[in-house]
Ligand binder design. Structure first.
Ligand code: THU
Length: 160
């Protein structure tokens, strides 16, 4: 039997090592955590996207007493950005989280459903989304888009 090796490259750095341009979108995600509605988990997630042309849009996780009715910060942000600016490609997505104890030291990665939505966004605008995952002690930067975090992905190509 043959094997396929699927490789993922993620850069690891501190927030200070990011460019000022990247820090701006990361700081927007960190600030957005204050607007999270996470009364059930106490896990406040903020996301921010930079659209082509420079506009930054933020969003947060929105929970619900009927748990599955809530939505992650990444999807809230992408759906809002794509609704308000349907003609503007998403170039960068930053994610940050905090709890009652403060910001997390390590980055939180997007869940599977959010990865699928990021993939759809890339296909829609034919533009890879750089992903920056913020942690107080270290950040991860995924330069080449969601394929690094969602290998063997399902997209519209299979529906043809
Ligand atoms: N959450 C996000 O908003 N983004 C992620 O990438 C992971 C999890 C939210 C969903 C829920 O409101 C809370 O964090 C705990 O899972």
């Amino acid at each position: 039997m043959k094997e396929m090796i699927l490789q993922t490259k993620v850069k690891v750095c501190t927030v200070d090592e990011l460019s000022a341009h990247d820090r701006e979108v990361v700081d927007a995600a960190r600030k957005a955590t204050a607007n999270s509605y996470a009364v059930y988990s106490g896990f406040n997630v903020g996301a921010a996207v930079r659209l082509v042309g420079g506009t930054i849009v933020t969003g947060t996780n929105q929970e619900n007493a009927a748990y599955p009715s809530g939505l992650c910060a990444e999807r809230t942000t992408l759906f809002w950005a794509n609704s308000q600016y349907p003609d503007k490609a998403v170039e960068v997505l930053a994610i940050a989280a905090r709890t009652a104890d403060g910001e997390l030291d390590r980055p939180i990665p997007p869940c599977g459903a959010c990865r699928q939505v990021i993939l759809e966004t890339e296909k829609r605008y034919n533009t890879p989304v750089r992903i920056i995952l913020y942690g107080a002690k270290e950040c991860y930067v995924v330069e080449d888009g969601i394929k690094a975090l969602l290998p063997l992905s399902f997209d519209a190509g299979f529906l043809e």
